[in-house]
Design a protein around this ligand. Structure first.
Ligand code: C5P
Ligand code: MG
Length: 213
């Protein structure tokens, strides 16, 4: 087990589907590198669905908080805080299920938790030092989602539209948008340059303090 002698600086990055939260997180990672920043993607904590047939899996509601294995996510964040390395599940959107691989995530001075519901759980919010909500307009989010789901997640135009109307849109309004009030910072227009600069400046100062202490 690795041990670290400081509490990591935990950043939550929430926002609707297609808002740009993965991009914000990857920019923070790119700015400081994997030794300094570890990213935990909440998508990888979608529940295991091996017990469901491949025909049933696409019909599940993936935008409800209950779609995620919260206990494992909280356990893993606590482990990272304690300086332990975790084996994060890997989610395969084309299968609507976990893959048979895991992703090794090492403890780091900065941990980014990124996902639809990153600012939903009170215990997780309590562990965060910076809570960010990426507040991109719904038409832009829908366009991005359509393009991504077709090119990267093996979906059709019909399935993207149907899912958006049936679950993505209503769940966003009911569960995700209200978590904006838990945020310290609300970023408009996705991963916009000045906002990312402000976040990386803050992270640089935190890392600088750690190096001096
Ligand atoms: O990256 P993004 O936040 O958009 O990923 C979350 C989205 O993935 C959710 O809005 C959910 O509808 C979608 N999803 C899906 N199929 C799954 C699991 C999640 O379309 N099997
Ligand atoms: Mg994403």
């Amino acid at each position: 087990m690795n041990t670290i002698s400081f509490q990591p600086f935990i950043i939550g990055v929430a926002g609707g589907s297609g808002s740009g939260k993965s991009t914000v997180s990857q920019k923070v990672l790119a700015a400081f590198g994997a030794d300094m920043v570890s990213v935990v993607m909440q998508d990888d904590y979608y529940r295991d669905q091996t017990h469901l047939s491949p025909e049933i899996r696409p019909q599940q509601n993936y935008d409800h908080p209950q779609a995620f294995e919260w206990s494992l996510l909280v356990q893993h964040i606590q482990a990272l805080r304690n300086g332990e390395t975790i084996e994060m599940p890997e989610y395969d959107f084309t299968l609507h299920n976990r893959s048979d691989r895991t992703i090794t995530v090492k403890p780091a001075p900065v941990i980014v938790i990124e996902g639809l519901f990153a600012l939903y759980d009170a215990d997780l919010c309590d562990m965060m030092s910076l809570k960010i909500y990426v507040d991109t307009a719904s038409d832009i989010r829908f366009i991005r989602r359509m393009q991504r789901d077709i090119t990267e997640r093996g979906r059709s135009v019909e399935s993207v539209v149907g899912q958006y109307l049936e679950t993505v849109r209503p769940m966003h309004k009911q569960f995700i948008e209200p978590t904006k009030r838990n945020a310290d910072i609300i970023i408009p227009h996705g991963a916009n340059g000045p906002a990312v600069d402000m976040i990386t400046t803050k992270v640089a100062s935190v890392i600088g303090q750690l190096k001096r202490s």
